[in-house]
Write a protein that binds this ligand. Sequence first.
Ligand SMILES: Nc1ncnc2c1ncn2[C@@H]1O[C@H](COP(=O)(O)OP(=O)(O)OP(=O)(O)O)[C@@H](O)[C@H]1O
Length: 217
Amino acid sequence: MRTMELGKRYGRRWALRDCTLTLPDGAFAALVGPNGAGKTTLLSILAGLLRPTTGRAETPDVAFVAQDKPLYRDWTVGELMRLGAAMNPRWSPSRATSMLGALSLEQKAGQLSGGQRTRVALALAVGRQAELILLDEPLADLDPLARLEILEVIGDLPATVVLSSHVLAELTEICDHLILLAEGTVRLSGSFADLLATHDAASPAELVIGQLRKAAS
Ligand SMILES: Nc1ncnc2c1ncn2[C@@H]1O[C@H](COP(=O)(O)OP(=O)(O)OP(=O)(O)O)[C@@H](O)[C@H]1O
């Protein structure tokens, strides 16, 4: 995945500016930044849902799980999975099922809890076997064990993953790359291994906190 001088302006204000990034295939990148930094804007452009004002993005086949997870309320989980299969020639039932946990296929989407809806949205994204998976704060409503379980499954996928989150632990334990945005610009990007070798930080968490403090000052 590559972006070149990507920018998005709303009126006179830039939500994202001069964003040039490269992520190697198979990277699992943490997308971090303060509220309003431009994370959702970047993910929406990468997903093809938002047209950039400047620059361009080169992305492979993309699956996007947005903050709100729209699902057909009257459809059962099983029907949604069958829809996923019918719409995607590369559909993997086993990958999709790995996200569903103990969820019943008979349950209607409109009657699911927030965390259960998240599982279904992730199943639809993962079942497609997209090469790039974009996750915009997807895990907020999952219980701690479900979070861990799902992050491990996502980490093992043969895909490039970009995960936006404010929960440091889930980012720094699982992700191998970092994209740090502040005020619409990329402040830091690269593999955690390279960044730790070139910055004064003992751990990924310390690196991220230090950089967020710097961005806020
Ligand atoms: N449709 C829009 N019209 C005008 N401004 C917008 C629009 N969408 C986003 N913005 C502005 O763009 C900036 C970046 O927003 P974005 O949603 O990308 O931030 P974020 O990093 O995802 O924030 P958060 O962590 O709070 O979800 C913000 O200042 C926001 O107010």
